[in-house]
Each structure stands twice: as C-alpha cells, then as structure tokens.
Design a protein around this ligand. Structure first.
Ligand code: SF4
Length: 327
C-alpha cells in the first residue's frame, strides 16, 4: 500500500444549535468519530445524502474548521501544528460552483496566480509564466489570461478553479461536487481532465459527491457516510459489486445510471433522513433499515473489518461471532 498523505483519527465536530427562543442550545454532531486514510495516488469518494457531514469533514481536512476532538495528519505531520500556508501548499479545494468561487472583479491571470503571491512569490514575471503553464495543462487558451470570469463558459471557469488549485502543486485535492453545477456536455470533460491531471501530477483526490455515476467513473476507494459516521469503506470495486451495509445497498441500488446529471439518487428508504439534533438510538440507521433487528435500537454497531475496509452494522458482528464460534 502506498504512503498515507492524509489521515483522520476519530475526529468529531460538534456545533451548538439554538432550538428556539429562550431554549438552551443543543449539540449537533455533524461528524461523529471518523477514521480515514488517504493513500498517495488514490481517489477516495465520500458519498452520502445531504446533511451527512461530508462538507464539514472536508472543511476540517482543509484546515478551515478545527475538529472538536480527534487528530488529523497531513504528510505525517499534525495538521494543528501547520500554518494555513503550509496546509494550503499540501491540500487544495475545488468547489462545486466555479462562478461563485471566482472573484468576478479579478482577471483570470490574477485569479490563477493569487496562490503564488500568497505563498510569497514576489516576481510578477514568474507569476505569468507559471500561470500560463498551468493554463495549458488544464486546457485553457492563453488568450483568456486578461479576461474576467463572466467572459468564460461554465466549463472554462471550472478549469480556472482547477488551475488555481494546482498552481502550487499540492499533493491532495479535495473536490467538492466538482461537476454538479456544469452542463452535462462538459461534466465528463472535467472528470477526464481531473483523471489526466492525477496521472500527470501524481495527485491524490478526496472526491465528495452524491452522484453515483461520478463516483463510479473516478473512485478507487469509497467511503459511505451516514449521520456523521463512515458506515462502510473499501475499495471501489468491492463496495460497488458487493456492498455490505444496508444503507450502501439502498444507495447503490437506487438510481445507478450512466447519466451524471441525474444527481441525488432516490434511496427508497421510506422514513425521512433523521434530524441530526435527534439522533436515533443504537444504530442511527435503524428507523430506515429493512434489515433492522431488535438489538439495533440499542446497540451501536462497531466497525467490523472487511477485506479492504470496514462496515459498521450489527449483521456482521453476529456473522463474525458465529465464525469465531465455529472455528
Ligand atoms: Fe440495519 Fe441493524 Fe445494520 Fe443498523 S446495525 S444497518 S439497523 S441491520
């Protein structure tokens, strides 16, 4: 297995939420004890419904939000010991909406070279040269260097966002729904570009998506999040072909389509996604789980190792206990 470039150990993030006038604030556990390892060169897809904690987790991995507890390491160093500039040198984000993430008053050249300035490069000639190099790499014509974001197409704007993220040659890129704001016709071009850049620059991606077609196209590993926990994780082929957690099965069995524009799958789970302020007891998935057992309302499932990752479900603890008894 290749080296670990990013590791989260039992991280949590709690927000205190007001539940009404004159009422005491209550804790919302957006991320609740997540362990993740990102190995060099892989594409780890983080999937789950809206509100499962994906974006909060990404913000912590980018150093934009401190965890409430647990530890994070980047390149073997505690993230908390690194400055914002050090973190930005190693890990960069690409966001969903390229238009809102680009300053409309700055030229494309200024936007792309800004990270060089922030990292202390004081030579304007080098900014231009490096910006033009990276523009070529992401498929942007040099003639747009002095244009403004509003003069570019959606696909070109996302290429600008990618160029800006890569100009300082980070090791890890966190892609938060990188194609969901784009036309179908350009989505696959951007995904193919991200794949090519991964090969060429030796990048590692954490790909946040609720679009299963994007995940299937890109991922080498998959982590499935539900109410702040990674309930199943493993190599992409195994999770796709033999999902073990009932939630993963529902997610993958819903709308698995080659059309990346269909977006959020309908999981057909019946009960609505729970309010994170009122977490169900035991296994938090039990109100929606077709395979729930009486014990699931009180017993919190522990991570059970699988061949390439883990699953958190009491079905497999029983399976493991039986295996232990018969061996
Ligand atoms: Fe379903 Fe129980 Fe497994 Fe939770 S622990 S996913 S309720 S079977």
């Amino acid at each position: 297995m290749s080296e670990v470039v990013l590791e989260a150990r039992d991280i949590t993030r709690k927000f205190m939420i007001s539940s009404g006038f004159m009422r005491a604030k209550r804790p919302l556990h957006a991320v609740n004890g997540v362990n993740l390892k990102l190995h060099r060169g892989e594409v780890l897809a983080l999937v789950g419904e809206s509100g499962c904690g994906k974006t909060t987790l990404a913000k912590m991995l980018l150093g934009l939000l401190p965890p409430s507890s647990g530890s994070l390491e980047l390149d073997g160093q505690p993230l908390a010991s690194l400055s914002h500039l050090d973190v930005a040198r190693i890990v960069q984000p690409i966001f969903q909406d390229p238009y809102s993430s680009l300053n409309p008053r700055k030229t494309i050249g200024n936007i792309i070279s800004l990270p060089l300035v922030a990292q202390g490069d004081k030579d304007p000639a080098s900014w231009r040269q490096r910006a033009e190099e990276i523009m070529e790499l992401v498929g942007l014509p040099r003639r747009v260097y002095n244009n403004f974001p509003s003069q570019l197409s959606g696909g070109q704007r996302q290429r600008v966002a990618i160029a800006r993220a890569l100009i300082n040659r980070p090791r890890v890129v966190i892609c938060d729904e990188p194609t969901s704001a784009l036309d179908v016709s350009v989505q696959s071009q951007i995904l193919n570009l991200l794949q090519d850049l991964r090969q060429e620059l030796g990048l590692t991606y954490l790909m946040i998506s609720h679009n299963l077609a994007v995940v299937e196209h890109m991922a080498t590993r998959i982590a499935v999040m539900y109410l702040g926990r990674v309930v199943e994780e493993g190599d992409a082929e195994t999770v796709y072909n033999s999902p073990r957690h009932p939630y993963t099965k529902a997610l993958l069995g819903s709308v698995l389509t080659p059309d990346p524009n269909l977006g959020v799958p309908d999981t057909h789970l019946g009960a609505a996604y729970p309010n994170p302020l009122d977490m169900p007891s035991g296994c938090t998935f039990h109100p929606r789980c077709a395979q729930a057992m009486p014990s699931c309302t009180s017993e919190v499932p522990l991570p059970v190792p699988t061949g390439s990752g883990h699953v958190e479900c009491n079905l497999y603890e029983e399976e493991q206990d039986k295996m232990r008894m018969t061996s």
